[in-house]
Design a protein around this ligand. Sequence first.
Ligand SMILES: Cc1ncc(COP(=O)(O)O)c(CNc2co[nH]c2=O)c1O
Length: 388
Amino acid sequence: MERIYLDSNATTVVDPLVKQAMDPFYCQMYGNPNSLHRFGTETHPAMSIALDRMYKAIDADDEDDIIINGCATEGNNTVLKSVFMDTLAKGEPCHIITSQIEHPSVLKTCQYLEKEHGIEVTYLPVNKDGLVTLDSLKAHLVPGKTSLVSIMWANNETGLINPIKELAEYTKQNGVLFHTDAVQAVGKIPVSLKEVPADYLTFSAHKFHGPIGVGGMYIRHGNTITPLLHGGEQMGHKRAGTVNVPFVVGMGLAIELASQHLDYIDSDVRRLRNKLEDAILALPDTIVIGDRKYRTPNTILASFKGIEGEAFLWDLNQNGIAASTGSACSSEELEADATFQAMDMDNNLSHTGVRFSLSRFTTEEEIDVSIEVINKTVQRLRAISSTY
Ligand SMILES: Cc1ncc(COP(=O)(O)O)c(CNc2co[nH]c2=O)c1O
């Protein structure tokens, strides 16, 4: 077997059906959707179908907005900076509550607003299971003072799923805006905005077999957003820039196909993940972070005592297996894994994390081969380890 891809939380293979659906919008129907002539207007039916698919996939109401943007990083920045701008315009202080395990696109935006604009940010800790708790939110949310609560639906490194419904409900009961970064949830587990009263939600196509470079920002009706990008009149003045028609078409089909495969992911992908996880746990001095009942069905964050995560990845890569130590966004930084630190893991452990993330395209044979390679790699690296 030439190579095995187990890094789907970083990005996924584009579904061939998605690529096929995108193709006509490069050399046949290539007009600017904002153009009034036929080259532009002929793109509208496919765009409309794509957006309908997105609304259906996240159970959004027709009156709500889904703004197409370049990625979830942009969506997260837009929501956080918009809330800040709104409080600034009203001459009110800004207090954002988020968590210590958010993706850097949330954490670093909050740190920027704190440092450069003096806002107050509360970074909620996680409990021993790695989850944000309602009690923790209750201890810090101040009605009339807190401007926004932003908690990720599922963590990209551990796959741990936060109790978003109860966090959002409590936040709304206290008259505060709620945002969730749902990048690692959409396309993996059911996401319903009729169930969860979030005001804003962000997602990204390349996490569910759509193209890299396009994302969606959901805005519940009645809420405003201050654009991050000003210019043309696209997206109802909420996000300037020519809309990338093939990418929108691709994201629409990808989110529909992902929704159709949720049961498969919950059953077959989960079974393969558990098979790999059980094989990892059969090795001495290895742990997996977070109880699998609280995790997305495709993710394992494992720690192999005595083996640096980067060394493990290098060896796996030499054997054709792609995994990661956490979010690729920070893979070049060799600092201890933030999630391990947030969970008060032993510092030595936090350098030994390796994340395996499967998809609906992962096969049983790939898992069997990966188990063989991992067993050999652990044996080899521990034999030369200075700490094991
Ligand atoms: C929870 C979460 N939020 C936001 C982003 C950023 O999304 P983008 O801007 O559309 O790329 C990612 C990407 N996470 C990862 C990227 O590489 N490894 C990861 O775990 C993510 O996992």
